[in-house]
Design a protein around this ligand. Structure first.
Ligand code: ADP
Ligand code: ASP
Ligand code: MG
Length: 415
């Protein structure tokens, strides 16, 4: 008997019919002799609808209240799925995050899980129940409802799998695995049978929303066996999806590039004609850091007559706040620059692969493919297993498609 955590995202529970379909799959796995915990998201579009209501009332709604509102989405789905399972003659019990005692910190709208109580769930499983848990939510130490950031049900599922020492965590979604890139952008994208944990971590952090990054971090930390599969297949289908592996592939099997990730959630801030002196980067970025704004990529140009241009990127949601902080710093003469300007119409495209460690020439190939399409690169950043570029947002889809082709990702590697 295995203990398996299933997770179903918004599109997989988007209608009552789809919830019945989820119930059929869960029942099938249960009747195979497994213990099943199911984590569900809100019905498709529901979280956006709920947050939209709050934004109709206020431009800057209180994050604590946003979490009170957003968490209701998942509460509806757990009840519906439990009823669907009961209608099939199975015993099922739903839990909100608070009822499980998913303890989080108090960072409303982006809380982190600190601990999870396993006893109630284990007792229910041992008495033959199927346990259905609301993803995306927990409570802080004062009992406030918290949510884990968009896409956070993935993290709830992996964290539960870790706490319950589950044999496997299966993320069921509207694609049948992790692809070389988002198949909505490149129809020729290829499903990967396996992807290494490190690569998945990079893909998720660089914008591939098939898994929330914190879910991958949890899987790595607690060595959770994690698989992405389709919720739309026949429940009896044995399609294996994509397994996130912890072993490095050996050199012969290794593809140089495993995938292409992209993110529209980027904005660039440039400080033009700033004096080039020791401490200038600190003078610019310290206030940004103090305002709790995450800076992503940073570039500084070569100095000309003692002045330079300094640029960095932040998430779109932090764009206005960053400009405000910098203008205040400038007005109080913490640094002096000719101009502070911003650009929201940019995006980030990244190629990811552990094969880069042992193969040269990836950057040249990437830059040539973009140059041939006349796509200008504004910022570059690299790590051992990825290269990211900032380009104009209007070129995003073209860039992803040409890079997918340039690295032959539609073809399975010949061994
Ligand atoms: P869920 O609602 O099930 O959590 P998401 O919409 O969060 O589903 O994630 C699934 C989507 O992720 C897919 O529909 C696909 O468009 C997108 N996606 C982005 N990058 C990839 C990738 N590399 N492989 C598979 N899907 C991807
Ligand atoms: N319902 C939440 C969201 O839309 C959490 C999730 O789907 O994982 O972001
Ligand atoms: Mg998701």
């Amino acid at each position: 008997m295995a203990l398996i955590v299933h997770k179903y995202g918004g599109s997989s529970v988007g209608t009552v019919e789809r919830i019945k379909n989820v119930a059929r799959r869960v029942a099938y796995h249960y009747k195979q002799g497994n213990q099943i915990v199911v984590v569900v998201s809100a019905m498709q579009g529901e979280t956006n609808r709920l947050l939209g209501l709050a934004h109709e009332l206020s431009k800057t709604p209180d994050p604590r209240e946003l979490d009170v509102i957003a968490a209701t989405g998942e509460q509806v789905t757990i009840g519906l799925l439990s009823i669907a399972l009961q209608e099939m003659g199975l015993q099922s019990k739903s839990y909100t995050g608070g009822q499980v005692r998913v303890l989080t910190d108090s960072a409303f709208t982006k809380a982190r899980i600190l601990s999870i109580d396993r006893d109630n769930i284990i007792n229910d499983l041992n008495s033959g129940k199927i346990v259905v848990v609301a993803g995306f939510q927990g409570n802080d130490k004062d009992g406030n409802i918290t949510t884990l950031g968009r896409g956070g049900s993935d993290t709830s599922a992996v964290a539960l799998a870790a706490a319950l020492r589950a044999d496997e965590c299966q993320i069921y979604t509207d694609v049948d695995g992790v692809y070389t890139t988002d198949p909505r952008i490149v129809p020729e994208a290829r499903r990967l049978d396996t992807i290494t944990f490190e690569e998945m971590l990079e893909m998720a952090s660089l914008g591939s929303k098939v898994l929330q990054i914190r879910s991958v971090e949890f899987a790595g930390k607690y060595k959770v066996k994690l698989r992405v599969l389709s919720s739309l297949d026949d429940p009896e289908s044995s399609a294996p999806g994509t397994l996130i592996t912890f072993e490095e592939k050996n050199n012969v099997e290794q593809e140089i590039i495993s995938g292409i990730a992209f993110s529209r959630d980027e904005a660039k801030i440039s400080i033009m004609g700033v004096e080039d002196r020791p401490g200038i980067a600190y003078a610019i970025l310290v206030a940004v850091a103090e305002a709790n704004i995450d800076v992503d990529m940073i570039v500084q140009n070569i100095s000309e007559s003692g002045h330079t241009d300094f640029s960095f990127t932040v998430g779109n949601a932090e764009y206005e706040k960053t400009l405000k902080v910098l203008n205040e710093q400038h007005d109080s003469r913490k640094f002096i620059a000719r101009e502070i300007k911003g650009d929201k119409s940019i995006c980030k495209v990244s190629v990811v692969g552990i094969g880069m460690r042992t193969h040269a020439g990836v950057a040249a190939k990437m830059f040539r493919a973009l140059a041939e399409e006349g796509i200008n690169i504004q910022v570059i950043s690299t790590s051992e297993i990825k290269i990211s570029v900032i380009i104009e947002e209007k070129y995003l889809e073209l860039a992803v498609r040409v890079l997918h082709k340039a690295f032959d990702l539609e073809q399975a590697p010949v061994l």
